[in-house]
Design a protein around this ligand. Structure first.
Ligand SMILES: Cc1ncc(COP(=O)(O)O)c(C=O)c1O
Length: 419
């Protein structure tokens, strides 16, 4: 009964995504790459279209009607993001092009102005490159030291090892909420409270959680949180940074230019109030407005409902995939720990990119490679993997078709004597 109730979500929403209704290599498209970027519902494309057809003008500047409309819609989108993640104030939301830019913003402002030689930054081995490289750059510039939380035997975040790394030198803990490769849901509430216990700040990479489960930054008490709009039904070029008001106020600006100033003199400037201090130049106005439409769309469905449906779909994917001979799925089993809507895997004796190329010919879009987690792949002793990632528009039938296509691909390689 519950199964039927949740299953209706994809059936109910699928027609909102016109791109899904197409043939690829003469097969119906099965899109299993939403962790890289999600598809966009018609409502989001309509919002983008509406902005460019009716309201296109620069924001915060003109006295004319179009600029006023664009500004209202752009700032309205900020309200929607704030409400979506439970921020205490709209001024705690900074629009960025993506999550990487949001992390770089924190690194280059807070990191650069705060970190001293010997200060410690704790990351984990499962971080996306976007949450590794900016901190490496900061460590090189400031003399701060990077420490990395390893994996447990079940390929999850090692909370015990994390506690062992915390010290009076720890200034920052920056960790991913849901791993884009292991699929594990990290215990961020515990991580945050333990880090705060020793006075460290915490940044949460919510790229793979914000699209899939309800978030409440005030309940979590994180200091910063970043997400990509394009993974949560929004357009590319959209992302955001959440930061606690007092922290954002204390942070120096990131990029300089128009929009972020209060007064400019020839030799110095004063800066705008939050959040504009961090939004130099003309922002991605249409994209932010369309991200607001994406949030309206997700909220209308309900993040609890999306999460519940995806839990069921993920368990089904895990079960079907693990029944395929020779398949090794990375990360915990659903019995060992909560998994989000993706599975990275390898098939014994086969190259992941050969697999994904052949699956593409069956209309199945999965990703292969290192998924921007090279250190994690190294820790797992592999150079790459294949990854199937889901969203609420995917169905159980698509998982069946994917697994059937995978089995016939493996059989093809076996017949050729490759496996
Ligand atoms: C966990 C995680 N963090 C960060 C990123 C980077 O996001 P963006 O490409 O929007 O900067 C991704 C994208 O794949 C991700 O999965």
């Amino acid at each position: 009964m519950v199964f039927l109730q949740h299953s209706s979500l994809a059936a109910e929403r699928r027609s909102d995504f016109p791109i899904l209704n197409q043939q690829v290599h003469d097969r119906p498209l099965i899109y299993l790459d939403s962790a890289a970027t999600s598809q966009k519902p018609q409502a989001v494309m309509d919002a983008l279209d509406h902005y460019y057809q009716r309201d296109n003008a620069n924001v915060h500047r003109g006295a004319h009607a179009l600029s006023a409309r664009a500004t209202t819609a752009y700032e309205g989108a900020r309200d929607k993001v704030a409400a979506f993640i439970g921020a205490a104030s709209r001024n705690e939301i900074v629009f960025t092009r993506n999550a990487s830019e949001a992390i770089n913003l924190v690194a280059y402002t807070w990191g650069m102005s705060t970190l001293k030689p010997g200060d410690e930054i704790i990351l984990s081995v499962m971080e996306h490159h976007s949450n590794l490289v900016p901190w490496q750059m900061m460590a090189q510039k400031t003399g701060a030291v990077l420490k990395h939380v390893p994996l447990t035997a079940t390929e999850e975040f090692d909370l015990v090892a994390f506690e062992g790394l915390l010290s009076d030198r720890t200034r920052l803990v920056a960790v991913v909420h849901v791993s884009n490769t292991l699929g594990c849901v990290n215990p961020v509430a515990e991580i945050i409270s333990r880090a705060h216990g020793i006075g460290a700040k915490v940044l949460i990479d919510a790229c793979q959680s914000a699209p899939h489960l309800p978030l409440d930054v005030q309940a979590l008490d994180c200091d910063w949180l970043v997400a990509s709009g394009h993974k949560m039904c929004g357009p590319t070029g959209s992302g955001f940074l959440y930061g606690k008001l007092e922290l954002l106020e204390a942070m120096p600006p990131f990029l300089g230019g128009g929009e972020m100033i209060h007064e400019v003199f020839l030799d110095h400037s004063t800066y705008a109030e939050l959040p504009h201090k961090f939004e130099a130049g003309t922002p991605a106005i249409g994209e932010a407005i369309a991200l607001g439409a994406a949030i309206d769309y997700l909220t209308a469905i309900g993040m609890d409902r999306i999460h519940a449906y995806e839990q069921e779909l993920t368990a089904y994917l895990f079960k079907k995939l693990s029944q395929v001979e020779g398949v090794r799925i990375y990360g915990p089993t659903p019995e060992q720990g909560e998994r989000a809507a993706l599975a990275a895997f390898n098939v014994a004796g086969l190259n992941a990119s050969d697999l994904s190329t052949l699956l593409d010919h069956e209309g199945v879009a999965i990703r292969s490679g290192h998924h921007c987690t090279q250190p994690l792949h190294r820790a797992l002793g592999i150079t790459g993997s294949a990854r199937a990632s889901l969203y609420f528009y995917n169905t159980h039938a698509e998982i069946d078709q994917f697994v059937a296509a995978l089995e016939s691909t493996i059989a093809f390689f076996r017949d050729m004597g490759t496996v």
